[in-house]
Write a protein that binds this ligand. Sequence first.
Ligand SMILES: *Cc1c(COP(=O)(O)O)cnc(C)c1O
Length: 390
Amino acid sequence: MQRTIQSELEEITRQGLLRRTRLVSGRQTERVTCNGRDVLLLCSNNYLGLADHPALAAASIAAIQQYGTSSGASRLVSGTMELHEQLENAVSDFKKCEAALVFNSGHAANTGIIPALVGRGDVVFSDRLNHASIVDGILLSGARLVRYRHNDYRQLGMLMEKHAKGRCLIVSDGVFSMDGDIAPLAELVILKRKHGALLMVDDAHGSGVLGSQGRGSVEMLGVGSDVDVQMGTFGKALGSFGAYAAVSAEMRSLLINRARSFIFSTSLPPSVLAASLAAVELVQSPEGDLLREQLSANTRFFRDSLAEAGFAIPDGSTQIVPVVIGSADTTMKFSEELLAEGLFAQGIRPPTVPVGTSRLRFTLMATHTHADLAGAVERITLVGRRLGVV
Ligand SMILES: *Cc1c(COP(=O)(O)O)cnc(C)c1O
């Protein structure tokens, strides 16, 4: 018998995995109203608080007045506007690359770029904890997927010896979205060179935050010239929306000709492009440096305090702070009780993370105050004790 939609939903519910959206009212600042309640936001990727920055809003409004509300077509039809080119020039300067190409979202970038680089007969070597959109891109490409243990470049080396064939691509998050740790990019570069492979880094969580002037994990680890595609997004630290590939001029031409999410989709509108452009400028300014200093002070305080309280926090140093709980049920209960205490943090469970590693994922913002975070640590510890987690 054909399974019904209802029975499928019941099955998801039975597994404790039913997801719902939560309505947030007002602006995306460090405090929001969630289901009518004022809460401290501890699960936003708006790391520098730019989603609410007047410079971005002003740029966006001015762009609508000058250019209107839509690009009206895909880039290869009539949808390439001056702002697309200005933004791409700004991104290639920012990333110190020859060229850049803007995509409509990080998901669209990964599902467009990877099938443009590899196909049937080729092999992609992918970290097990890479973002879902990378996995989607690989599946779409038809290339063989070989996964290596998280950040385990020794295993990657052995797998490459064994399975390298056709054109090979190594792909990794720069900062891992669920674990908050940083990829061993120097080691990936050695393997890439040894096997003549391409290397792609998804820096959705590193751009704007890591490296000098926020240039990202690739710049921080000094491997820029060896990374073939630096993908990044505008929707997280940069407070806007969309994504880009920072690449060589040659690679840009290939992507324009082969990346289907670029070819067959209406391009980003002026309002979004202008906000992104303002954000790329802002993160490189002294104000950007100040915001990054605040973010890293907040990160240190929050990580140290929770570890001291006895929580299991995997090694790391970034603004993404996972607290591994284990069971999906306890994790969701924890998250509900935190909400009742005025703290909004997401529980993350399968299939986003492997079974048995459900976690609370806290993300910090530059705009959290010390008092916000000290109060949060106190309440997290209280709930943790109540649930027998610490
Ligand atoms: C968020 C994210 C994406 C997707 O970017 P969107 O612009 O939100 O579609 C891709 N990769 C990683 C690592 C991400 O965290």
